[in-house]
Design a protein around this ligand. Sequence first.
Ligand code: NI
Length: 160
Amino acid sequence: MAIRNIREEGDEILRKNCRTVEVVDEKIKQLVEDMLETMYKYNGVGLAAPQVGVLKKIVVIDIDDGNGPLVFINPEIIKEKGKQEVEEGCLSFPNKFAKIIRPAEVTVKALDKNGKEFKLKAKELLAQAISHEVDHLNGILFVDKIIPGTLEVVKENNTK
Ligand code: NI
């Protein structure tokens, strides 16, 4: 396993569309392991492959509710319901936080880390995380969705 470098604001790779994973092979499994390790290292609740410089449709999430880590390969949000106003940040924007609107509930279809298809219905924080990470796969960033006037820029601290 290895910690991967996190691509930050201004890196063009964050704006690109990701490709579908055709086969969940050893290389993909290794990437998933590295993404998990990297997410935990930086205390994130989610990480998408483009954030470590890989343009593949892969997302990892752990909202620390005892059900994680969750791995989504080729995730597709097939249903959204309601809205929630949430406070949000992103490992690629280490000093920015803002309020945005996310769906209150999402139903997502994906492959798990072994390539097996599953469907998951999520609400609240997990719905927010899935929506945020799936956006990354399409080059969409949370800063695109900020509710005007809610952006907070904090000074770098030394907790990393
Ligand atoms: Ni993010």
